[in-house]
Design a protein around this ligand. Structure first.
Ligand code: NDP
Length: 274
């Protein structure tokens, strides 16, 4: 497992396990399997409605708490300073933890203009030692810039949709400049078209690896944090088995060329669900 060092000195596994669309009663088995395989970082959210199931796996594992890296997120309808503090306590209780490693704002929902207040609640949680690091999801450059201008603690990362068909080069450049990691959600394009791409498939055949492994390797070599999701035990193993090969510069360049700036999820400025 490779680790990255976040801008506040905290170490985070570069490869983690996502659990969006995993039902609460399936989450315990999926997370237990992931921990057995070697994953140490788990990415959930209040809105996934599986913090309890994730928490059950965390209580049962023999992996020490300090080796785990647990992320959850404040949902849009809980934004605002006081609401966020309350929502955090509720997440903590469902997870059965006394701190989380990373707490994220799920979407900026700029139409409501309260993500700065929400972020100030995250700063308070960080200062109180209830979270080891704070960050955001789905923030565009203008949203990140406001946090840099109006808040004290820099976000450690920005979790955004990112895969070879949505390379997110501008946000990557901004992140690199400000020491804010990119964490890719839907890193495998939700198991979609990217895994059928001829360029990816041909590199995979040459390397004797799968298309998913090549895509994950592309993320890792771009210094991106990844959190692939699977409820299929063989895929949970496959997605972790990416540390024994490297893509060449030419492979990386070829994959960079298939970018289409094509999203599967919402554009952050269009997500106004509360
Ligand atoms: P992924 O890109 O991780 O793809 C998951 C899908 O791909 C599942 O259908 C899975 O199927 C399939 N899959 C997994 N591994 C393989 C493989 N090796 N070969 C072929 N198919 C495979 O998509 P997600 O959208 O789940 O993103 C990952 C995580 O990012 C989420 O789980 C969540 O934690 C986070 N996220 C955050 C968002 C945000 O707004 N902050 C938004 C969306 C996601 P199966 O499970 O059946 O094996």
């Amino acid at each position: 497992m490779d680790y990255v060092t976040l801008n506040n000195g905290v170490k985070m596994p570069q490869l983690g396990f996502g659990v969006w669309q995993v039902k609460d009663d399936e989450a315990t088995a999926a997370v237990t399997k992931a921990l057995e395989v070697g994953y140490r970082s788990i990415d959930t959210a209040m809105i996934y409605k599986n913090e309890k199931g994730v928490g059950e796996a965390l209580q049962a594992t023999s992996v020490p708490r300090e080796e785990l890296f647990i992320t959850t997120k404040v949902w849009n309808s809980d934004q605002g300073y006081e609401n966020t503090l309350r929502a955090f306590d509720e997440s903590l209780e469902r997870l059965g933890l006394d701190y989380v490693d990373l707490y994220l704002i799920h979407w900026p929902t700029p139409q409501f203009d309260d993500y700065v207040d929400t972020y100030k609640a995250l700063e308070k949680l960080y200062q109180d030692g209830k979270v080891k690091a704070i960050g955001v999801c789905n923030f565009e450059i203008e949203h990140l810039q406001r946090l840099l201008d109006e808040c004290d603690v820099k976000p450690v990362l920005n979790q955004i949709e990112c895969h070879p068909y949505l390379a997110q080069n501008e946000l990557k450049e901004f992140g690199a400049k400000h020491d804010i990691f990119i964490e890719a959600w839907s890193p495998l394009d939700q198991g979609g078209e990217v895994l059928q791409d001829e360029v990816i498939k041909s590199i995979a055949a040459d390397r004797n690896k799968t298309a998913a492994q090549v895509v994950l390797r592309w993320h890792l070599q771009n210094n991106t944090i990844v959190i692939p999701k699977s409820v299929t035990p063989s895929r949970i193993e496959e997605n972790f088995d990416v540390f024994d090969f490297e893509l060449s510069e030419e492979d990386m360049a070829q994959i960079n060329e298939i970018n289409r700036n094509r999203r599967k999820g919402a554009h952050p400025n269009d997500m106004n669900k509360r």
